[in-house]
Structure formats: structure tokens, C-alpha cells
Design a protein around this ligand. Sequence first.
Ligand SMILES: [Zn+2]
Length: 403
Amino acid sequence: MLRWAILFMVLMAHPVAAQTLGGLARIDPDKSMARDGLFDTAQVTLQLSQGVPYRVFHLTDPNRLVLDFKELDFTGLLPEQFIKSDHILAMRYGSLGTGWSRIVLDLANPMLADDIGLSVADNGGGATLSFRLALVTEQDFVASSGAPDKTERQNLPLPSITYSPDQNDQDILVVLDAGHGGLDPGAMSGTLKEADLMLLLVRDVREAILRFDGMSVALTRDADHFVSLEERVSMAYDLGADVFISLHADAVTEGVARGVTVYSLSDNATDQASALLAARHDRDELLSGVDLSDADDEIANILIDIARTENAPKIKRLATELIKGFKSQSVGVNSRPHRRAGFSVLKAADIPSVLIEAGFMSTGNDLKNLQNSEWRQKFAAGLAQGIVTWVQAEDILAPQVRQ
Ligand SMILES: [Zn+2]
């Protein structure tokens, strides 16, 4: 049985088009649309400036259609303008960061793409990708759905690594993870995206940490592209991270939350708000692409439990030092600054990992701080001081302040 409908086409750009256009393929928002067709179908058309390799697959729970393209420029594409069919509930798009872009369509009903074709105009007039969405039974949809093979991930490039000038193998490697990115903007406030604010913040934190000798830093992303939670964790493993720090600034829907909060992993969240936040994060992952539901086998679980138990006191001390660091810079912390929750991104069993909510985009003052470069630098200095104090206390290696 065809587990996932994948169409992978490499089209040679027309010579004229290649000369005149070149570079990134653009989507034409005015000629791209999903509209209702006859007999409960929908017709999807995407007008591109040139032919590009692409693939189509479906995912369940919720039912989605995923379109991957060789890097596309989406400028001007508006979901409300694109969606002219009741069969499509929502649309997200963005860069996957590996030279690929993705569009995700949330489907109101189980519908599979057929009649998929990409035609390239002879006269350099671009390319048209079109397909039909046809209603099928839920069973048929499930049977035809699934993510492409994970081995594709192995071809992903490593993130950009910044070493301090006298870097050596003995350096403490901090992997900094700017939350969200690409088709997953994170929390939004007007046109402000959590993903963008975290990228600014993570760069300041990198600079602050590199002011200490014996410290090096790697970023899980240094641009606005999508990185799955699983990839973030596996990057930390592949690079041999000594500590992993994920930065966020989510919005809360209930109550008021303000100030910096440091989260460490727990199977049971210490409070309902933390549980909700963690569930939302994992949901973001589910919505944006491939889910993480692969069950670990039992032995792996036991090993992970042991590693987590050994790490728990270390992580607690890390959280304590980070909070002290923020306070030393007069960065406001939450009334309960250390909390625990089951964030997927913290599940690297043997790398001490924390997730920091630098503030809440739903809180006016926090939002103002996040946009203020002076505040970001204080936050970065506090975080760097916290890590370095922790590293010294743990006696992993003693970094010194550069003269
Ligand atoms: Zn977030």
C-alpha cells in the first residue's frame, strides 16, 4: 500500500527562465488559490515564477495536506486571499531552513490530493502547480497519510557554530535554541512574532556568553526557518552540548503572567498553566509538520529515566543560578521563577536542559522589554553570568571572565 503519497519532481528550469529569473522561486499570490470544485472537491492552484522540485503528503490528527518545495519566496501570500474553499480551514507556510519551504493546509474533511501536476511555461512565464482535493473515507485518508522517511533528516546541515577565539575541545558548549521559526511563528502580538523576537534575543545571549573564556555557543537556528523539536534536541546531541537552553516568550490566554520564568522538565507539570503551555508547544509541533509520537521502547525509557534522575539536581542548580543571574541584572523574574513542565524540547536525557520564558507576549510590559535592545542585553548578561557560575560550581571546567 502507498503509505504516503509523495511526488518528487525535479524540473529543469527553462533556459530562458533560468537566465532571467534565477535565484529563489516566487509565488504569485494573485494567481494562487484554493477554490471549491464540482462534487465536493477543491481545486488548488499555485502560480510560481519557475519550476521547482516539490512533494505532497498528508498527515492526520488533525487532517492536513503538506506541500514541500525547494525554497520559495512567499511574499504577499495571504491565507484569507488564498483560501476560497470551505474544505480548507487554515493555511500556514514558511521556510524549513534546509533549502526547502513548506505549505500546510488544514482540511475540514478527509480529502486526498490527485491529478497533481506542475506545468512549466515555454516562454519563461513561470510554472503552475495544480491538484484536486477529493473527498475520501477517514480510513482511506489515514491509510494514505504519513510523514516522509525520517532518514531524510540525516542530510540536514549542522547549525552555525560560533566559537570563542581561543576555542578548544575543553570548552563548555552551550546550545541556544530560539523557539519556533518559519511556518511556526509562535505567539503573535499584532505583526510581532515570538519567533523573530527570540532570534534577536538568542543572538544577544550568544554574544554575552562568548565574553567568557572557555565558553562556546551553537544556535539551533540563526534565521527565520522551521526546525522541529526533535531536530533541536538531536542537534544538541550531535554537537556534544554541555547545556541546552531554549528561549521563548509565549502568550498566556488566562490570567496575567509576567517576568522571566525558567522551566525544567517534569513528567507532571507543577501547575496547570505550565501543563497548558507545554501542551501548546507540543501542539505547535504537531500542527507544523511531523509529530513526535514515536513511542520509545521500554529499555530506552528506563535509560532515559536514569539519566534524568542523575541530572535533576544539576538542572535545579542551573535554574537557581540563572534566576540569580537575571536578578543581578535587575531583570524582573516571575513570582514563581522556577517551574516544571513536560516540554518535548527538554527531553534530551543526559544534557542539562531548560526552557526560559523570557517574558510573555500577552503582557504589555514584557512585550516592551523584548523589543528593547538594552533590556535584551541585560537579560543576556544575566543568563551568561548564571551559566558561568553554574559551570564553575559544577566543576565541569572553570571559565574565566576575559580581561
Ligand atoms: Zn514559544
